[in-house]
Write a protein that binds this ligand. Structure first.
Ligand code: C2E
Ligand code: MG
Ligand code: MG
Ligand code: MG
Length: 277
């Protein structure tokens, strides 16, 4: 039995390696080819108001789906895109797809709520980013207020004039900026104070064991208190059950995101949700 298990494990291991190797080859051969092959797509996860439980915005999340490769989660293929130096291009592709989806929803007479797109450190450090975003807004006739951008703490840790100028230009276009996975990275309160962010997203690892884990309660409360003092809104990520929801609501968290409400879904399902709500 042990031997059979070992063999099965080895087989899975080999399949993993070959899927990773194929993914790397596809990514490195050209992101555009991977996109043309239809392997990348975008799904939307609704974000709820903690008061009314209505959909107030959504987060766009990239997906990798291929006939022969099967499904890969972002955690598996984003590191490959980083390594290959393609992550900024991937982020821009997602942003363009979101702008296109917003334009198409408008053409159907639907009003999408603001959509948040994740940006890697490479994308946010690109001195041309604000120009690229502006060009997309123009091309798809999208208002800046229809977009939000999320970056993790570590992506903004360097003190650079270019970063500050980029963030200020994005805000001037009406785009709201969020710090993602807050609490897991290098964070300086001074930078929070000085950079034009308007939301913090509390990482799901702190939400997971609420309200039983005293440490997580203390951490979440301190984030909520600090955010309130700085005039920032707070999103709790990874809300899965009623106990978490009730506690977060009671403590004054503004927005909730998680499987308790909706899993990430294709654009048509998301638009359907808006129509029926
Ligand atoms: P994130 O930005 O923090 O996104 C939230 C992740 O939590 C998503 O995972 C989402 O599916 C998952 N999630 C949402 N609600 C729940 C819940 O209730 N329980 C649990 N266990 N998970 C929940 P996903 O889609 O696998 O994405 C993982 C990460 O990959 C994202 O974390 C983000 O850092 C990165 N990512 C995704 N799309 C992009 C992209 O277009 N560009 C960049 N640079 N990064 C991306
Ligand atoms: Mg995010
Ligand atoms: Mg996050
Ligand atoms: Mg995360």
């Amino acid at each position: 039995h042990a031997k059979a298990c070992g063999r099965r494990q080895a087989q899975y291991f080999n399949e993993d390696i070959s899927a990773t190797a194929k993914a790397r080859f596809l990514l490195e051969s050209q992101l555009s080819e991977a996109i043309e092959a239809g392997v990348l797509s975008v799904v939307y996860q609704p974000i709820m108001s903690a008061d009314s439980h209505s959909v107030v915005s959504a987060e766009a999340l990239v997906r990798w789906q291929h006939d022969s490769l099967g499904f890969m989660s972002p955690a598996e293929f984003l590191p490959l895109a980083y390594e290959a130096g393609l992550i900024a291009a991937l982020d821009l592709w997602v942003l363009e797809r979101v702008c296109r989806d917003i334009q198409q929803s408008q053409a159907q007479g639907l009003l999408m709520p603001p959509v948040a797109v994740n940006l890697s450190a490479d994308a946010i450090m690109d001195p041309m980013l604000a120009d690229r975003v502006w060009a997309l807004l123009e091309k798809y006739q999208v208002q800046g207020s229809q977009l939000e951008l999320e970056v993790i703490e570590d992506a903004i840790k360097g003190d650079s004039k270019v970063l500050r100028r980029t963030l200020e230009e994005l805000v001037r276009m009406g785009i709201k900026l969020s710090i993602d996975d807050f609490g897991t990275g290098y964070s300086s309160l001074l930078r929070l104070k000085n950079l034009p962010f308007s939301k913090l997203k509390i990482d799901h690892s702190f939400i997971q064991d609420l309200p039983d884990d005293q440490d997580d309660c203390a951490i979440t409360l301190s984030i909520l208190g600090m955010a309130r003092g700085l005039g920032l809104k707070v999103v709790a990520e990874g809300v899965e059950n009623h106990e978490q929801e009730a506690w977060l609501q009671h403590q004054g968290c503004d927005y909730l995101q998680g499987f308790k409400y909706h899993k990430p879904m294709p654009i048509d399902a998301f638009l359907g949700l808006l129509v029926t709500v």
